[in-house]
Design a protein around this ligand. Structure first.
Ligand SMILES: O=c1ccn([C@@H]2O[C@H](COP(=O)(O)O)[C@@H](O)[C@H]2O)c(=O)[nH]1
Length: 238
């Protein structure tokens, strides 16, 4: 899990995924399947990606009452993904239920998937959080609070921006996963993301894994772009 670059497969259907993955034939990637793709293709896309040897982050960000999340996670566990997630805003009881569901549904003899919680979306700014969520502390304090709740619920880590990763590691522990989207090269457009960071910054902050979508998936040459990203991200890890 550590030092991974996870490609966000934000595509409308399996045909688009196949087209994107064509130049990567023979490479074993770490990919993220989110709502857009999963809601169209369902579990079959997970099975296909697994058959090709890819590791999978199933990014469905569950957020509901504990009983519902327990049952949903029990079902998702059967797909044997590597990483799944919930929203920390659902609360400690909901997060603990997610973990119980995962353990109950996991394929026998296999380790359950890692389970992490979204703190504040990387598309949320501090000003927006204060105004819309009526949270009266700084964004970093809010993220740290959610990270502590997540740890207390027994989960493996959080989704956060690279800006909060070092404080989270300091507060919650170095083995607690920090999975960070909102990563951009300095030449990339930021789009809808608010808390962005470069891969170099993420690496220096000790981030466990970065999630990269459009910078690779929308590039004219995705394989070249991926290799460039791997160099920027992994360079110093080697
Ligand atoms: O806080 C979050 C949680 C999830 N995401 C997801 O990551 C990717 C980022 O894609 P880019 O194209 O690199 O912006 C996307 O799938 C989001 O759903 C996030 O960005 N922030």
């Amino acid at each position: 899990m550590n030092n991974s670059l996870i490609i966000a497969l934000d595509f409308a259907n399996a045909a688009e995924v196949d087209q994107f993955l064509q130049p990567f034939a023979g490479k074993e990637l770490f990919v993220k399947v989110g709502m857009e793709l999963f809601y169209q293709e369902g579990p079959s896309i997970i099975h296909r990606l697994k058959e090709s040897g890819h590791r999978i982050f199933l990014d469905l960000k569950l957020h509901d009452i504990p009983n519902t999340v327990y049952s949903a996670m029990k079902g998702l566990a059967r797909m044997n993904c590597d990483l799944v997630n919930v929203h920390a805003a659902g609360g400690k009881e909901m997060m603990a239920a997610a973990l119980e569901g995962l353990e109950a549904g996991s394929v026998s003899g296999k380790k359950r998937p890692y389970c992490i919680a979204v703190t504040q979306l990387t598309s949320t700014s501090e000003e927006q959080m204060r105004r819309e969520q009526l949270i009266g502390v700084s964004l970093e304090e809010s993220v740290l609070h959610y990270a502590s709740l997540t740890k207390e619920a027994g989960l493996d880590g959080v989704v956060c921006s690279a800006w909060e990763a070092a404080s989270i590691r300091e507060k919650v522990g170095a083995d607690f996963l920090t999975v960070c989207p909102g990563i951009r090269l300095s030449s990339d457009s930021v789009g809808d993301q608010k808390r962005v960071a470069t891969p170099e910054f993420a690496r220096q902050a000790g981030v466990s894994a970065i999630v990269v979508g459009r910078s690779i998936t929308r590039s004219a040459d995705p394989l070249k772009s991926y290799e460039h990203w791997m160099e920027a991200w992994k360079g110093v890890h080697q």
